[in-house]
Design a protein around this ligand. Structure first.
Ligand code: DOR
Ligand code: ZN
Length: 355
């Protein structure tokens, strides 16, 4: 029998940045989110992207169809912003309670983002109107010009696009998604209440060396790329600080193994099955377990203006490592689960009340 050596109960967590895809992948990956999280912000970078409220409704229904009956999970839908997005449609979607955020991808920055924004000044007018809707703008913050070094793309975006945008529309509520640098963490921390950031479990665990240990490691390839160790340490400091500006967005992004282990492999790390165990491990190591609830369950809901979940999640530390799946199968294909490179000792289960 494994002995429990420590427990902690927190409000049920939410995932403020999640890729679920569609069809067979959706069916297989969804249960890992719907069992562990109360809600998730669903990314709209499908092929074709989710641009209209009607498309978001259709996608939402697809997701709802696949949620196992015993799970209590709400998908929070988002729209993919283009230079031609229709503000009346966005307004309608927000009024109907379907649309919870709009996502800005610089064109070409990542998976299925070709229809994203080429010139941010072209969407200023739209963004000004979005600033009155009470929903946040979610930003994939990477500059895309090919001349920019891939490791500098986030910092160039912050300097050249985010800072001017925030000067121009200070009332726009923004989430800078999946931050990867100390500079971003410092900028977010020093800014006013209209800027917050999500942080992924994998950017708290891997640095840029992790992609190249003994050979190329495609399952650690994601965008934005993991950066130097000093940045990883700064992200850990931010996440475990208790600051309300930082919250969990797993950016769990499943791709088939043959498309990642490929001459031109896809970016994305599928982390949902062990994301919470990884986080409990990190917060424990930082002697910050009492801040875990803020990062995974409280800060995000507050920034989105939503109530926290009613039920709880109980974490228990076991004295023998937890078995985690290495891969999941989708028909004849497989998807590799994020391997943190250390044993996981923290289990968790959903409970109704705290005690
Ligand atoms: O690594 C990533 N994968 N980063 C993103 O921004 C998108 C995601 C995906 O959709 O595969
Ligand atoms: Zn993402």
């Amino acid at each position: 029998m494994t002995k429990v050596i420590q427990t902690i109960a927190v409000r049920k967590p939410d995932d403020w940045h999640l890729h679920l895809r569609t069809g067979r992948i959706l069916k297989e990956v969804l249960k890992y989110s719907s069992s562990n999280f109360g809600r998730a912000i669903i990314m709209p970078n499908l092929d074709p992207p989710v641009v209209t409220t009607q498309q978001a409704k259709n996608y939402c229904n697809q997701i709802l169809d696949f949620i196992p009956k015993e799970h209590d999970f709400k998908p929070l839908m988002t729209l993919f912003l283009t230079e031609d997005s229709d503000i009346r449609d966005i307004e309608e979607g927000v009024k109907e309670g379907i649309i919870n955020a709009v996502k800005l991808y610089p064109a070409g920055a990542t998976t299925n983002s070709e229809n994203g924004v080429r010139n941010i000044s072209k969407v200023y007018k739209l963004l000004e109107k979005i600033s009155f809707l009470g929903i946040p703008l979610l930003i994939h913050g990477e500059a895309t010009q090919s001349k920019i070094d891939v490791f500098d793309r986030e910092s160039v975006f912050v300097t050249e696009s985010l800072i001017p945008l925030r000067k121009r529309i200070p009332n726009l509520r923004i989430v800078l998604e999946h931050i990867t640098t100390k500079d971003s963490a410092d900028y977010v921390l020093d800014s006013d209440q209209n800027l917050a950031a999500t942080i992924t479990p994998h950017h708290l665990i891997i640095n840029r060396n992790s992609m190249f240990i003994g050979g190329i490691r495609p399952h650690y390839y994601c965008l934005p790329l993991a950066k130097r160790e000093l940045h990883r340490l700064a992200l850990i400091k931010a996440a475990t600080s208790g600051s309300s500006k930082f919250f969990l967005g797993t950016d769990s992004a499943p791709h088939f193994d043959h498309l990642k282990e490929n001459a031109c492999g896809c970016a994305g790390i599928f982390s949902t099955p062990n994301a919470l165990s990884c986080l409990a491990h990190i917060f424990e190591q930082e002697l910050a377990l009492e801040k875990l609830e803020k990062f995974i369950s409280l800060n995000g809901a507050r920034y989105y203006g939503l109530p926290v979940n009613k039920s709880y999640t109980k974490f228990s530390k076991m004295n023998t490592p937890k078995e985690t799946p290495k891969k999941i199968n989708v028909g004849e294909n497989s998807i590799t689960v994020f391997d943190p490179g250390f044993s996981l000792f923290w289990e968790h289960k959903n409970i109704r009340d705290k005690n």
